[in-house]
Design a protein. Structure first.
Length: 284
């Protein structure tokens, strides 16, 4: 009886191990297939004109997405300026100052906000920003993406600050520092590598969002000066070109997808490098 149970356990463990290995290979294979398909179609469509020229009118071949590349960086800069400071301060409050009841409620609200579909955030921003201004704008697009960045920034800040040992806080307070001074001059610098990497991953998450920008930034075939006019972005241009009937526009959409993927990949690699260096320095 004991031998039978032991054999069954060994068989079950071997089966689960092989099943998990197959699932891992399948997931990695699907990921590399998607990335390879995008790199193949987007890479062969890239050229210098894509980065330097404006889009051509419908029916004409060639052109580029220089305005969309610049517009994407402008919208992301505005989103980061809005979402990161608010999320950082809320995360500091949760990690260092809040009580149990209020902290539970705030975390619950943050998690709910993180689960709101991006298109809903776009509609709300349209009602609160676009309609009062009576036109689409980079400001509205940055606001929508900034709202999406807030909950992740809150949770990232809280988790990395809580990972700082209490002995560091106690040492700063023992030297006569106030609570705020200890937090912002000792605790935050101790967690700075994790905070920076977390904010960069947050930026990478919203970089490819399309739905909020359709309701807020809309798009522009020309250069958009300032922050109060419709502006072109790569995700919206990909969407518009992908549903267009012209094959040349489809190739432009593949190229834009490849550029956007490369941008997100660079952010992720940089963030992982910062985390790895921070972990290595903390062990020394």
């Amino acid at each position: 009886m004991v031998m039978q149970i032991s054999r069954r356990r060994r068989f079950t463990n071997a089966f689960m191990l092989s099943l998990s290995g197959f699932a891992t290979v399948l997931v990695v294979g699907v990921l590399f297939f998607i990335l390879g398909y995008l790199v193949w179609n987007g890479g062969k469509s890239l050229n210098v004109h894509f980065f330097t020229n404006l889009p051509k009118p419908s029916g004409e071949t060639g052109g580029g997405m220089a305005n969309a590349i610049v517009g994407t960086f402008k919208v992301l800069l505005l989103a980061t300026s809005l979402g990161v400071p608010l999320g950082f301060l809320a995360g500091v409050y949760l990690a260092e100052y809040s009580g149990k009841t209020f902290a539970f409620l705030l975390r619950y609200v943050v998690d709910l906000l993180n689960g709101v579909p991006s298109i809903v955030i776009g509609i709300v921003t349209y009602a609160l920003v676009v309609r009062p201004m009576k036109h689409f704008s980079a400001l509205a697009g940055g606001t929508a993406l900034g709202i999406m960045m807030i909950p992740i920034a809150v949770r990232t800040t809280e988790e990395f600050l809580r990972a700082v040992p209490n002995s560091i806080r106690e040492g700063a307070l023992a030297l006569g520092a106030t609570k705020a001074t200890a937090v912002f001059t000792v605790v935050v610098p101790a967690a700075i590598s994790g905070l920076v990497s977390g904010m960069m991953l947050n930026l990478a998450r919203v970089a490819g969002e399309t739905a909020p920008l359709l309701f807020t930034a809309l798009g522009n075939m020309f250069w958009s000066h300032g922050w109060l006019h419709p502006i072109a972005t790569l995700p919206v241009m990909i969407y518009n070109y992908a549903i267009a009937p012209d094959e040349d526009l489809h190739q432009q959409a593949w190229a834009a997808g490849f550029v956007l993927l490369t941008f997100v990949l660079l952010i992720n690699v940089t963030a992982r490098t910062i985390i790895a260096r921070g972990s290595a320095s903390s062990r020394r």
